[in-house]
Ligand binder design. Structure first.
Ligand SMILES: [Zn+2]
Length: 376
């Protein structure tokens, strides 16, 4: 049994507690919270400087792209990024596996306990089976032509089944509105069953994506036309978010939303990946438009980020929003756990096993560049 206390405790299902105490079992299960340190015998208390919050949930990552660290150039825009990502296969299997293992280690050291992870390959399967972190795997599906839809879908079903065969959560999802014609979207929707609790879709990551649907022109339009893409992609949709109706009203986590407007925000979960947005587009979402009970945060992959650290992401959000520390931590822990369906994680509610992060070197109740994290 342990009794942990710091300057502030952030349980997240209730208000922060100044000098509160978290009682956990040796397995990390939350037993009780105490408002006052004096209730606990002093020799049993572990007293820390800083704040204590639950383990972080990284709501959006592509662990299998970890070997692409440093390959893409910053600030060159999304189309340039996509071209560079196509180098992903020019590496040995060993290199890819080592990068995956190191990236997972980095997430653990940074206080992350669960991940919403995009998969195009089975590359991460071995590492994930070690059970170091909890994952919801999103099997990403795309194809701009209509003639090979069956093959694309069968490949996705096969990959999903590989994950499910080892008892891992896996759901087939569309990559983005601009990369999935209506016919393929219908096929994806036809694969959903009771195990598919959540979908994850890249959304409004670039200005050009909005331009494609709203004006039927721009560089995405030219790019798709250059590949002879199926015109139903833009002809049947007037906005990016129109695809939500095609997804059978499943619970959806929309990722990026960098160029989302207030009227695009419906009752879905939204995930922001600020460092990746700055890396690729040098832009950030307008944080005032989101419902802070449904906003999550992700690192995206090491192809578009130099680290997998939720604390670093929060620092950027703090600088560009009016969110207080409790809201930032809800975004980092509770909301992601709820979106991804990790019921044991996200808050210090009794009976959960959420992990405990100690964050130090704050300025009062604000993060600083110097702020650091330790798992306790
Ligand atoms: Zn992504």
């Amino acid at each position: 049994m342990r009794f942990l206390t710091a300057d502030y405790l952030f349980p997240l299902h209730k208000s922060p507690i100044k000098e509160g105490v978290l009682q956990i079992s040796d397995k990390g299960e939350v037993i009780a919270l105490f408002e006052n340190r004096n209730e606990i015998p002093q020799n049993k208390l572990e007293v820390f400087n800083g704040i204590i919050c639950p383990g972080f949930v990284n709501a959006h990552c592509h662990l299998e792209l970890s070997h692409l660290l440093g390959i893409t150039k910053k600030g060159k825009g999304f189309l340039n990024f996509m071209t560079t990502i196509q180098q992903r296969n020019n590496f040995t299997k060993d290199k890819i596996q080592i990068a995956i293992e190191n990236a997972e280690q980095q997430m653990i050291a940074n206080g992350i306990v669960a991940v919403g992870d995009i998969c195009n390959t089975p590359d991460t399967l071995l590492q994930k089976q070690k059970g170091n972190l909890q994952y919801y795997n999103f099997i990403e599906t795309f194809g701009v032509h209509e003639n090979n839809i069956e093959t694309i879908l069968n490949t996705s079903i096969d990959l999903r089944n590989q994950f499910r065969a080892v008892k891992m959560r896996a759901t087939i999802v569309p990559h983005a509105p601009y990369s999935v014609p209506i016919k393929l979207m219908k096929k994806i929707a036809s694969t959903f069953d009771a195990h598919d609790k959540l979908l994850s879709v890249h959304m409004q990551e670039t200005k050009e994506e909005n331009q494609l649907f709203e004006n039927k022109n721009g560089s995405f339009f030219d790019w798709l036309n250059g590949m002879n893409s199926n015109a139903s992609i833009w002809e049947t949709r007037d906005k990016s978010v129109d695809i939500l109706q095609e997804l059978r009203n499943k619970k959806v986590l929309l990722v990026h939303n960098t160029f989302a407007k207030k009227e695009d925000i419906a009752d879905n979960y939204h995930c922001t990946c600020p460092k990746a947005n700055l890396y690729i587009e040098n832009a950030l979402p307008d944080y005032s438009i989101f419902d802070t009970d449904k906003l999550c945060v992700g690192t995206d992959s090491l192809a578009s980020n130099d680290s997998l650290s939720i604390l670093e992401e929060l620092l950027i959000i703090q600088e560009n929003s009016n969110f207080d520390l409790n809201t930032l931590l809800k975004i980092a822990c509770k909301n992601g756990a709820e979106a991804l369906g990790f019921e044991q994680l996200g808050s210090f509610e009794k009976g959960k096993i959420p992990g405990a992060n100690l964050i130090q070197n704050l300025d009062g109740l604000e993060f600083l560049i110097e702020s650091s994290i330790k798992i306790i």
